[in-house]
Ligand binder design. Structure first.
Ligand SMILES: Nc1ncnc2c1ncn2[C@@H]1O[C@H](COP(=O)(O)OP(=O)(O)OP(=O)(O)O)[C@@H](O)[C@H]1O
Length: 240
């Protein structure tokens, strides 16, 4: 029987193995993410960052190993259970902002709140607040095709943060942006996460961008060879 993870880790995974159609992506990954921290997962292209994020955010089922969120097992959830967890507790920003093209920026940001049952006024009020925090209020009434890439990515960040998820996953969120826009978006993303006590898991292939994180875990070829901080094991009661 496996022991439950420590209470102060919002996410905790042990011995994750995951392949894509027979290609190993994660070979034995253990990782702990503390409540409220900004954790960077770094590694070269193909090292397994997206796969690890996918396993932690309940998008991908693991082949073996354990993933826990808030002391509840994720690895035993059904597909529907994983979808519900993602919808209710997690926010996601990818490297390409996947906005709904028919909706304005404001409507895109309000959408997850409306889908989660918020009233119209509350959802649009939150959308306006987040557009302002991300400095894109002037984009509110425009559709994604009328915006430049860095504006679209800010809208995607606003949409991920507006429902105040417990954990925000950002998978190379600034990959298509030039350096100045990368710094701006990451500064805003990490400071918004910190000021709202959200946990942020940020994958980046650029070690330079890990400076925005509190802690870094490096992935090499699907493994975490030298974690910056050793994964703490759950205490085993005396006599077991
Ligand atoms: N859907 C898939 N089908 C087959 N192989 C995949 C798939 N997704 C990932 N892989 C393989 O799994 C390994 C890890 O890929 P992954 O995308 O997790 O790495 P990454 O570090 O996020 O890379 P990148 O920085 O390029 O996004 C790579 O060898 C990749 O080719």
């Amino acid at each position: 029987m496996s022991a439950a993870p420590p209470d102060n880790d919002v996410l905790w995974a042990r011995g994750i193995v995951k392949s894509h159609q027979g290609t190993p992506a994660l070979r034995d990954v253990s990782i702990a993410v503390r409540e409220g921290e900004v954790l960077a997962i770094t590694g070269a292209r193909g090292s397994g960052k997206s796969t690890l994020i996918g396993c932690l955010c309940a998008l991908l089922p693991v082949d073996s190993g354990e993933v826990w969120f808030n002391s509840s097992p994720v690895h035993t959830l059904s597909r529907a259970g994983r979808e519900k967890l993602r919808r209710d507790r997690f926010g996601f920003v990818g490297s390409q902002p996947q906005l709904v093209p028919e909706l304005t920026a404001r409507e895109n940001v309000a959408l997850p709140l409306l889908l989660a049952g918020s009233g119209h006024k509350a959802a649009y009020g939150a959308a306006d607040d987040w557009l302002e925090r991300l400095d894109v209020t002037d984009c509110a009434k425009r559709r994604p095709t009328e915006l430049i890439q860095s504006q679209r990515q800010r809208i995607a960040v606003a949409r991920a943060l507006a429902p105040l998820p417990r954990v925000v996953f950002a998978d190379d969120p600034t990959a298509p942006l030039h350096r100045e826009a990368q710094d701006q978006v990451l500064r805003i993303l990490t400071s918004a996460a910190r000021s709202h006590q959200l946990t942020l898991v940020l994958a980046t292939h650029d070690p330079e961008l890990a400076k925005y994180a509190d802690r870094t875990v490096a992935l090499v070829d699907g493994r975490t060879p030298a974690p910056a901080t050793p994964v703490r094991r759950a205490a085993v009661p005396a006599g077991h």
